[in-house]
Design a protein around this ligand. Structure first.
Ligand code: 5AD
Length: 352
């Protein structure tokens, strides 16, 4: 095995388990070539464009108790909040004025959000911003529920699989949760025609390179249109408070691998990456990420949506901030664009 592994990954968009493992155990030997190729592929598909999505954190109330997560139901030390329909719409109106063309509604699995409530909100958003894409990230629901939401206007759905190895999954989640159901939800979302996003944390407690390889293989199977990965960050009110944070270097190495596996997928440079390193966001982008998601939540929501410690707190309410962002990325060679940036299959242009 040698440097041709990167070439192989680029052309076949996949490797054997052994080959992926070899890459992970020998990152230093492959870094330079991997980043170079990932950058080239990103440029080919997205030129120098960076797509922004307005992220609205609608609720930190969650019925699940994922051991790593700061908003798990067992955490009695956080202030809970939820945005009602009106508050969601208010934030969307602000985001719409700023020019966002994608809105991501993310929250814990909060039973308050029945299909009825969410469908009404979706329809209202489509009235306010008919050309905008709506992404939901509200966890596991039934096939029929996903169908209702899709019919009411949801275009995309983010649901990280978190860990596909059974043993690891149940080290990170209580036994009341179900890996099988999570996978089923993801395939249902695909079946219903959502642009579907999945992903996992890098450096989660107990995670091995072997586990990561299984996650990559699962993603290949699912073939999602979006993939979000970010480093695990310990949260002081969880069982995992004394575990080490995930590695920024490994995260960006994996973003570059994902770019070669999924040339036209939308890959965000995540807030967790930006939280762990001052240069995290740009490192993710330089490795092949083409998306990032400024937070457009109201202040009280931002303050309390603490999945992990020291979460980067960005101010995005004003056009001035957005302009500053545009300028600073322009200086780095990227153009921030507000378009929807829907997933375009890789061979789209070759076929027509
Ligand atoms: N560190 C990093 N990411 C986390 N998430 C939840 N808790 C943490 C943490 N402690 C991620 C999960 C979830 C996404 C919204 O945030 O992967 O899917």
């Amino acid at each position: 095995m040698n440097l041709d592994l990167i070439q192989k990954l680029k052309f076949e968009k996949d490797l054997s388990r052994e080959e992926f493992l070899y890459l992970l155990y020998n990152q230093n030997d492959f870094k330079e070539k991997l980043f170079k190729e990932a950058k080239e592929v990103t440029k080919k598909h997205f030129t120098n464009k960076l797509y922004v999505r307005g992220l609205l954190e609608i609720s930190n109330i969650c019925k699940n108790n994922c051991y790593y997560c700061g908003i798990r139901c067992g955490n009695k030390n956080i202030k809970r909040y939820r945005l009602n329909s009106e508050e969601i719409i208010k934030s969307i109106i602000v985001g719409n004025h700023l020019g966002f063309k994608t809105f991501v509604l993310q929250g814990g699995e909060d039973p308050y959000y029945t299909d009825e409530i969410l469908c009404e909100v979706l329809k209202e958003i489509k009235k306010i911003a008919p050309d905008a894409a709506i992404t939901l990230s509200v966890g596991e629901r039934s096939f029929d529920s996903y169908k209702n939401l899709k019919n009411a206007g949801a275009d995309r759905f983010l649901l990280r699989h978190e860990a596909v190895d059974n043993e690891l999954y149940y080290k990170l989640h209580p036994k009341e949760m179900s890996l099988e159901n999570r996978k089923k939800c993801l395939f249902n979302l695909k079946k219903l025609g959502y642009q579907t996003g999945s992903g996992f944390m890098v450096g989660a407690p107990y995670q091995s390179y072997e586990n990561i390889v299984e996650d990559l293989k699962f993603l290949k199977d699912l073939n999602p249109e979006m993939i979000g990965i970010g480093p695990f960050i310990s949260q002081h009110d969880t069982d995992f408070q004394s575990f080490e944070n995930g590695s920024v270097e490994l995260t960006v190495f994996l973003i570059a691998i994902l770019r070669l596996m999924f040339p036209s997928a939308n890959l965000p440079s995540t807030t967790s990456l930006a939280t762990l390193s001052e240069n995290g966001r740009i490192m993710g982008i330089n490795a092949g990420a083409n998306v990032f998601m400024p937070n457009i939540s109201p202040e009280f929501a931002k303050e309390n949506y603490n999945l992990y410690d020291n979460k980067l707190y960005s101010k995005m309410e004003s056009a001035k901030n957005l302009n500053n962002l545009k300028t600073s990325f322009k200086n780095l060679g990227y153009e921030i664009v507000m378009e929807r940036g829907d997933f375009v299959p890789e061979n789209h242009y070759e076929e027509i």
